[in-house]
Design a protein around this ligand. Structure first.
Ligand code: ZN
Length: 89
């Protein structure tokens, strides 16, 4: 079974094709989600690591994720977790 790819910027799992980001030529990015990366560019290029963390956490909390999903997310979505992703190494 193939592992669900995880956005290497915000850490969100990407299950559906429309959740993947896009490269400059419109092809699918295998590394980043559409919320982070669109047409070959970061959607928030000026955000610092801390700002980005706040933005993504807020985004998850305002998403249509289940209450249980949000509960676990709040526990696992730490700055330490985010630092492990490729964009922030
Ligand atoms: Zn992302």
């Amino acid at each position: 079974m193939a592992k669900t790819p995880q956005c290497q910027s915000c850490g969100i799992p990407m299950n559906k094709p429309e959740e993947f980001g896009t490269e400059k030529d419109g092809t699918r990015s295998e590394k980043y989600c559409l919320k982070c990366y669109e047409m070959g560019q970061w959607t928030n290029p000026d955000a610092t690591f801390d700002e980005f963390y706040e933005i993504s956490l807020k985004g998850f909390q305002e998403s249509d994720m289940s209450k249980i999903g949000k509960f676990f997310l709040n526990k696992m979505y730490t700055k330490k977790f985010l630092k492990k992703l490729e964009r922030w190494r």
